[in-house]
Design a protein around this ligand. Structure first.
Ligand code: FAD
Length: 319
């Protein structure tokens, strides 16, 4: 695999304290799993993105984006090239316009979903209740069209802006792409969400908070939140619940190394200590094979697998 260490000096000169080299990704990711990024960079603004674009194009350096890893399994080999995190810049939330019927709110991709939810309640705005208890950044949320049985981000999204490594910044109205169950067809390799505009509505903050608390309590009853996980490992196949299929297959509690299929919710695969990406992948393989054998249903990963030489991510991801 190529080494990109010849680029370190240039990155350091431009980014100073906002770039790290050969940096283990595990501490930045919800799973607490994942090998090193050659270059982990925290752009603060569009000038930084343009700098990365020029440098990486000129030197053929692959570029990847991570959020907070709440839906991401980075392989033990880590990620080659540049890994972008929007979690230090791109964190503004601002009201663009307000009428009786709609308030348009612009958010950076690095804003945490729970922070936007809290902000919306403080500003007497409703519409994001569906996202109660869903972690991660908004950028990751648009990538996955994250949601719950109460709704998804596409329901409140008006437009989003991406940074394309070939074309630079591009603004898209939501209607130009299709958003479905945990997917969209707007983003591809080399194209990252930098900001988005949501349409929210005036709402009684007490009522919104009550609903948010109700949903969070409902989730806490069903979900194992005391160990690192990526939430649901598999998408629900049409007409089935992935968790119920895994439970009916008798796989709850199955363990490989420190990776375990939760006893509380079978679609949650936990890191109970020092699990490796290889342990989680082994659990995924066992589960897919067993469920296929017993119920003739193919489980598709919701969790994104990333890193190494890229071959495994093709095996596990349909994104
Ligand atoms: C306890 C728990 C409960 C959860 N419950 C739910 C739930 O109810 N519903 C649900 O939908 N999800 C749920 N999730 C999964 C997760 O929270 C979401 O998918 C979330 O949107 C991922 O955001 P992230 O910032 O952590 O992205 P990451 O996990 O870091 O990345 C996921 C993918 O998004 C891409 N990505 C990240 N940022 C950007 C960007 N700016 N531009 C383009 N691509 C980007 C990454 O490259 C990667 O492919 C849960 C996770 C946990 C741990």
């Amino acid at each position: 695999m190529p080494s990109f260490s010849s680029q370190n000096e240039a990155f350091l000169a431009h980014f100073g304290g906002n770039v790290l080299f050969n940096e283990p990704l595990a501490p930045y990711l919800a799973y607490q799993i994942g090998g090193p990024a050659d270059i982990l960079v925290f752009p603060r603004n569009e000038t930084d993105l343009t700098w990365i674009q020029t440098r990486c194009r000129e030197h053929h350096i692959p570029v990847t984006v991570v959020g907070t890893g709440t839906n991401l399994l980075v392989l033990d080999e880590g990620i080659r090239g540049v890994v972008i995190s929007f979690t230090r810049g791109f964190r503004d939330i601002e009201i663009l316009s307000k009428t009786e019927t709609a308030t348009l709110v612009k958010c950076g991709a690095g804003v945490a979903k729970p922070d936007l939810l809290e902000w919306s309640m403080q500003h007497s705005l409703g519409g994001l209740e569906f996202s109660s208890g869903v972690p991660g950044t908004l950028g990751g949320g648009i990538f996955m069209n994250a949601g719950t049985k109460y709704g998804c981000y596409a329901d409140v999204l008006r437009e989003f802006t991406v940074f394309d490594l070939q074309e630079g910044l591009i603004r898209y109205p939501k209607e130009s792409f299709s958003f479905g169950y945990r997917q969209q067809n707007a983003l591809r390799a080399g194209r990252f969400v930098v900001s988005m505009i949501f349409e929210l509505k005036h709402a009684d903050p007490t009522a919104v908070r009550a609903e948010v608390n109700r949903i969070i309590a409902e989730r806490a009853e069903k979900q194992p939140l005391d160990f690192p996980s990526c939430g649901s490992t598999f998408k629900n196949p049409e007409g089935f619940s992935a968790g119920r299929l895994i439970e009916k297959a008798g796989l709850k509690g199955t363990r490989v190394g420190d990776a375990e299929i939760s006893l509380k919710h079978a679609n949650f695969f936990l890191n109970k200590g020092k699990a490796k990406a290889a342990d989680i992948l082994a659990l995924i393989d066992i589960t897919q094979r067993t469920v296929l054998e017993k119920f003739q249903v193919r489980l598709e990963c919701e969790v994104v697998v990333m890193g190494g030489d890229g071959k495994l991510s093709k095996v596990y991801n349909s994104h």
